[in-house]
Design a protein around this ligand. Structure first.
Ligand code: SF4
Length: 822
């Protein structure tokens, strides 16, 4: 086949259809090919030699193996690798479009620049890397000289546990600032749930492929949750089993998403009431004695009522659930009939390997902590914790820590300054970073407490569900440095733009792909020489530290970023045998629990490193299931229904009054023992009011990027006419609700919340829950190129978040709104 532009796009999209990795209707394939005839930056390979390079996609935490085909030096196609265990042969639409993010100069920054126009206007002037280094190091040195090192803050969007995150954290510490803030995601809520109930610092993982009953509380299995390359393949396996009556997927979600529509059963509950449903199911399991007695009696804490050493009687989880979450009570909260709750519980109990999943949509944004804990309690009742087909509990990936280093006097003094976001403090004892609070701290002060903000791999001005709180803060911060490769909304506000390479031009890691049930370390490698005058942010940090000199310089004893990666990877070698090759013959999920000893396919560290670099992976296809005696690292050594860590945080100082005040600070409504166990907390804005009678729920799509990565332009042709038409976004509304308000299909409306308003058209959708309005995340950019800028609206602009109790993260799934026809 002649490889012209049209065939190139057909090949990309056709590849997806062929491997059935997505249920999306790709009927517009040919249109897309025709439509792209005029794109100057779609690869037009000259005659030349074909070759391919293996790498790892880093556009999401899914960590798929990719093969990039090249003609001479030009990358022309991205495919999924069959010799990579995560995503057997498949990739998602965003991953397929990655080349467009490499070649499109309108989407990327091509060299370092400084701002010359008004902030936000996107007017920049080229500068050299040397000048950029001098400007930034001088600014930070001045802050340190003035004793204001803590006025440096960093927003970090790199993947959890990544080497880049470790390096950024180290830089901030060496300078003397505690204000390293990660962009929130589902991982934050997972990590808190895991730590409180399992005592685990390891990743939250699910053995989906071996499950036979998947009870998903809003996890978008077909929308991009948990690493689409792997999860959609798991979906295929579950479908095959379902056809033989051996598996079932139940989707609990208020909207008929793609996942809900294709699941065996769709159960619609009011958004934000999922915890109550999980506890309602728990009620039936306990009432009917349908729980795993051995696990509950032998390996859990706080199930039955109990008495503490100080002689106080405590309510157990069983009493809580039996008293407060009967089917009739849960029906009131969720809107689900009591018979349906009973039927869900019986289905879950009957299964041999049931698993309950938490995590809304793709998991790009955080979840609700008590909700996740309630869902985890269901897994505990089924005994499917660290069992095949259930929740997999592991130690973190055995990477070496970067060596300790000495702080100089300046850093030692300022590092103890309280964090601006309050994370880890009395109100948010379990959160590691709360970016929204950082923005609020800036907005609440007459002079911004942040002088200089470094922004890595993130676009908080667009992605945060905060009603533009962060965007407003950016206007007040004196100096902003963006390391984004992309011309995104946050970068446009920057004073200094120091563009990173794109993921196809650099080496970097993916530490344990999201939700995967076995340890895997992915390593991308450059598939092309950097096209422009960009620089790896890891290299820049090393150069910045060197330029600053003294103890800061001494804290970074590496010549290159690759050396940093290598330092950490040594821990993999020392942890025992692993593999750096995968032949694709036996899927790892089939063998992972069989306790087959792993024989390393390398003899020494250098061999391992070489294999890791060329194949992009190190993994250990084995897991020790069961092991309940030693599994839980909670203070009680058991799975905790009653969290002794929350208890400690709440009752640090003695007395009922101090406990109540601590709970109030944490925005927890419950009191006493209930507050320390999984329970349902009614969202503050749950009930309709006269002014705001409806509720807005943003949703995510697999073919629309909603994180800091822009959507590759070719995805645009896969969006439906009632999602985006020309420049207008659509909001979904149930026909019944529309008729109550005298609205019809296609009407133009203003959607107003306490945080602002946006315009959209309406589309009537039977799959939308009455009383709720649904809008996709990922549209409404004010930056990037002609394919994204000005297309639709971003619902984050009007999200009126509120705080999730205990975690302090935003509640973004329940914004009060009203709509008016215009
Ligand atoms: S699922 Fe994530 S890692 Fe895999 S191809 Fe898509 S964007 Fe890349």
């Amino acid at each position: 086949m002649e490889l012209n532009r049209r065939n190139f796009v057909k090949l990309l999209v056709g590849g997806v259809v062929g491997i059935q990795l997505t249920p999306l209707p790709w009927k517009l394939t040919d249109d897309t090919a025709i439509w792209t005839q005029n794109w100057p930056w779609v690869p037009v390979p000259p005659a030349g030699a074909f070759s391919s390079v293996n790498s790892v996609c880093r556009l999401c935490p899914g960590g798929c193996g990719i093969e990039v085909r090249k003609v001479d030096q030009r990358a022309v196609k991205i495919e999924g690798r069959t010799d990579y265990p995560v995503n057997p042969g498949g990739i998602c639409p965003v991953g397929m479009g990655g080349l467009q993010l490499l070649y499109d100069e309108d989407v990327r920054f091509t060299r370092p620049m400084k701002r010359v126009g008004p902030r936000g206007a996107g007017q920049f002037q080229d500068i050299s890397w040397d000048e950029a280094l001098s400007v930034l190091s001088a600014r930070i040195s001045t802050l340190r000289d003035q004793g204001k090192a803590a006025a440096l803050a960093a927003v970090d969007g790199h993947f959890t546990g990544s080497s880049m995150s470790a390096l950024i954290e180290r830089l901030m510490k060496a300078i003397g600032s505690p204000n390293h803030v990660r962009v929130p995601s589902m991982e934050d809520t997972y990590s808190m749930t895991s730590m409180l109930m399992l005592g685990s610092q390891g990743p939250m993982a699910y053995d989906l492929e071996n499950a036979d009953y998947v009870l998903s509380f809003g996890s978008g299995l077909l929308e991009g949750w948990g690493g689409p390359g792997r999860v959609i393949d798991a979906w295929r396996i579950l479908r095959e089993k379902a056809l033989k009556g051996k598996a079932k997927v139940v989707q609990i979600e208020s909207r008929a998403s793609n996942t809900a529509s294709k699941a065996d059963q769709w159960v619609a509950v009011r958004p934000g009431t999922e915890a109550a449903l999980a506890l309602g199911i728990a009620h039936i399991l306990i009432k009917e004695g349908l729980f795993h007695t051995k696990f509950i009696q032998g390996h859990t804490f706080g199930f039955e009522d109990w008495r503490s050493s100080d002689g106080r009687n405590h309510m157990g989880f069983k009493t809580l659930v039996m008293d407060q979450y009967g089917p009739a009570q849960v029906e009131q909260i969720t809107g689900l009939k009591d018979s349906e709750i009973v039927s869900l519980a019986l289905g879950f109990a009957k299964a041999k390997a049931p698993v309950a999943l938490s995590g809304k949509g793709k998991g790009t944004l955080n979840g609700s902590l008590y909700e996740f804990m309630s869902i985890m309690a269901l897994n505990a009742l089924s005994g499917n914790i660290n069992q095949p087909g259930g929740v997999v509990v592991s130690e973190p990936l055995p990477l070496d820590k970067l060596p300790e280093f000495e702080l100089d006097a300046v850093a030692s003094k300022s590092i103890t300054t309280p964090r601006l976001d309050g994370a880890g403090g009395a109100a948010y004892p379990f959160s590691k970073g709360l970016i929204d609070n950082l923005a609020t701290a800036v907005n609440a002060s007459s002079v911004s407490p942040v002088d200089t903000l470094l922004v890595f791999s993130s676009n908080p001005a667009f992605t945060l569900p905060d009603g533009r709180n962060f965007y407003k803060a950016l206007k007040k911060i004196p100096f902003i440095v963006s390391f984004s490769p992309f011309r995104d909304e946050t970068a446009n506000m920057a004073d200094l733009v120091l563009p990173d390479h794109t993921y196809l031009e650099k080496m970097d890691d993916v530490v344990w792909p999201a939700a995967l049930q076995y340890p895997l370390y992915g390593l991308s490698q450059p598939v092309a020489h950097p096209l422009y005058d960009t620089r790896h942010s890891g290299e820049f940090i090393l150069q910045l530290a060197a330029k600053m000199g003294g103890a800061v310089k001494d804290s970074f004893p590496w010549e290159s970023y690759e050396e940093v990666l290598k330092t950490r990877a040594r821990g993999l070698f020392e942890s025992g045998p692993g593999l750096v090759r995968y032949d694709g013959k036996v899927p790892v999920w089939e063998s992972v629990g069989k306790n087959i000893p792993v024989k390393a396919d390398y003899k020494n560290f250098d061999e391992m490193w070489k294999g890791l670099k060329s194949n992009g992976l190190w993994f250990r296809p084995s897991h020790s299931f069961g092991n309940w005696e030693k599994l839980f690292k909670t203070p009680t050594g058991k799975f905790e229904f009653y969290s002794t860590q929350v208890e400690l945080a709440v009752y640090k100082s003695k007395g009922k009054a101090s406990g109540e005040s601590a709970l109030e600070k944490m925005a927890v409504q419950a009191r006493g023992d209930e507050a320390l166990m999984p329970h349902y907390e009614k969202p503050v804005a749950q009930d309709p009011t006269k002014v705001y009678p409806l509720r807005l729920v943003p949703y995510e799509m697999i073919n629309l990027a909603s994180s800091w990565i822009p959507s590759p332009p070719f995805l645009q042709k896969t969006w439906f006419n009632n999602q985006l038409r020309k420049n207008e976004s659509f909001a979904e509304i149930n026909p019944k609700t529309a008729s109550e308000y005298g609205l019809k299909e296609g009407d133009r409306v203003q959607i107003k919340s306490p945080s602002g308003e946006v315009g959209a058209r309406l589309t009537l959708f039977e799959g939308a829950m009455p009383g709720f309005v649904y809008m996709p995340l990922g549209l409404g950019h004010t930056a990037y190129d002609e394919f994204l800028k000005g297309k639709g609206v971003n619902p984050n602009r009007i999200v009126h978040a509120g705080r999730d109790p205990l975690s302090g993260h935003p509640v973004w799934w329940n914004t009060p709104i009203r709509i008016t026809k215009v």
